[in-house]
Structure formats: structure tokens, C-alpha cells
Design a protein around this ligand. Sequence first.
Ligand code: SAH
Length: 346
Amino acid sequence: MSSTNLIGLLPSELEDLAVALGASRYRGRQLATWMYRKGVFALDAMSDLPKEFRSVLAESRTVTLPDVERVTPSQDGSRKLVFRLEDDNRVSAVIMPDDDRITLCLSTQVGCGFACAFCLTGTMGLERNLTAGEIVGQLLTANALLAEEGRRVTHMVFMGMGEPLANYAALVKAVRIFIDPKLGVGYSPRRITVSTVGLVTGIEKLGREDLKVNLAISLHAASDEVRSQLMPVNTSWNLAALMDAARKYPLATRQRVFFEYVMLDGVNDDVEDARRLARLLRGVKAKVNLIPFNDWEGSRFQRPPLPRILAFQSVLLDAGITTTVRWSKGEDIGAACGQLREPIPA
Ligand code: SAH
């Protein structure tokens, strides 16, 4: 891919590059500031960089954001951005405004290889990993779009296409660029959530990075039997292993691990399932997000009726577990959880 792209390089790598091109490290810091802090992407507009350095840079490097192929607005105020990548693959990101927050849902892979039974992205299979530049580019593009309205992304969730922990190096690099307070984009890690299908070694590794980002685990069932039916990954890392990793993930005082639970009619939505879930989460600093299933053509699941969802929720609440029902945004534009799919070029 575009290894020549400056977007996606860590500030320290930009410093190294400046030196390699015969300039000082300071020039690398200026570059980082222009791209990540000021959102300026034209080398010619980087006015405090010496002309000579700019032209040496331009000979071998580019500052490239992924092309926005279309922006689809939803009734509910969210917007789906579909990016066309250099190899014509497509991924999407979703801008979701909510009161004073604007959350951006980011993709990390073209398609996904984990084949969860209820997820449309899972039907695509894995095409390829995104580069750090393509991940960072989604945020920078969203912020450029929002800047026209005097706003910016306030929170990020890695809940778009793909499995973030299966594209570990690019994920961590993108997060480092997002949270670097001086030369990166400057987000607090507490405003960033990495969601995983349950890759135990990835969770352990992420914990050791000490990035302090939030961890969300897609749980979806409280027994191995049901979970293995819904999520093939459960046959590699079962609930016991997963919960062990969740317990060990380093948390700040009021921080919790988020557990996502897609509600599937007649599959995992019984009060007995809720009781089992409450037992499973005993002693875990957890917050549960119940996601009523979002339908897609050809799926074999249905959303439970509202009373069933609420009955499930109240079992958890009674057990003292913070539990919210998360109505997905962008359902009308195919932008809701589990609805992201784009055609793969021939
Ligand atoms: N691969 C990561 C990131 C994707 S997050 C992960 O699995 O966590 C997207 C979330 O939406 C996951 O919790 C996923 O299980 C959930 N989801 C998938 N399909 C869905 C659907 N049809 N309706 C509601 N939620 C769905």
C-alpha cells in the first residue's frame, strides 16, 4: 500500500524521516503538528517548513487521505462515510452525534474473518488489513468534514468493519497517533474504545501497552454452547479464558470493561440467559450494552420484542450490573452495528 504516505507515521517516525532527508528532527515535529493537530494536508500550505524540505519531501512522499466515495445521512443524524481505498476496496466509518458527543465508529479491516453468525460484515470474509494511515485517515477526514460545521469528533469506537485486535500493529499505531498529546491528534485514551470479538492474546497484549483505552468485548452469550454456535472464535478462546483476560485488563478507578450483547430472539434473550450472564460477570468491573439485533437481508435472526429485552435488562440491573440498551444509529442507511458491508472489487 502507500508506504510513502506520511499519514499514519508516528510523530517519532516523522522526526526520523526528517533526519533521513537531511533536515532536523524539529521539521518532523512540525510535519506532525500540521497533519495531526491542524488538519492541514497540503505540503505547500505548511508555511513554516523550508521550501527546500517541502520539495525533497514531495519527491518521495505523499499526504494522502482515503477518498470519500459517498456520505449517506441517516434520519437520526448519523452519517455513513464510505471510503474508496487505493486498491478500490471500500470501508466505512460512521459519525454518530448524540447531545454534546460526536462518536466516530472506525473500521480496521476490509471485511472480517471471524464470521459471527449474526453479522453482515462477517459474510464478506477477510479481504485485508487496513494500514495505520487508512485508519488515521478515517478520523482526519471525519474531522475535516465536521470542521465545516464548527465541530469535531469527541469519541472514537473501533466497532466498524473488521476485528481491531487481528490488525494489532496498525491499530496500536493509529491509537498512539490519536492520543499523543503534543504531536498527535490529542484525544484522551478514555474517549477511545477498542472492541474485540474476544481474542484473548490480543486483549492481554493491549493491556500491556498501557494505552489506557477502553476495552469492549463482544460477548453475546453466557454459555460456551450458545457462544460457539454464534461465534466460531469461541472454539479457540472459550468464555473461561475470555473472562480471565477481561478480569486482568488494567482499569483506572472508575473505568469498566464494556460487554456487548446482541439480543437475538429465542437464541440468547431468555431471563435464564440473563441470570447466567450475571453470574459470569460476578466480580468483574463490567458495563453491559445490550444491542437489539439489526436485521439484514438473508439473516436467520430476529430482534426480540421490547418486553423481552427489558426483562433481560432488569435481571442484570437487579444483580447490580450497569446495563444499557443500545439502539444502534444509522439503521436506515445500513450503518448500524453489524450492517457494514461493501462490495469487493473484482
Ligand atoms: N470485531 C469487533 C468489532 C466490531 S464491533 C467485535 O466483534 O467487537 C460491532 C459490534 O456489533 C459487535 O459487538 C458485533 O457483535 C455487533 N453486531 C454484529 N452484527 C450485529 C447485528 N446484526 N445487530 C446488532 N449488533 C451486531
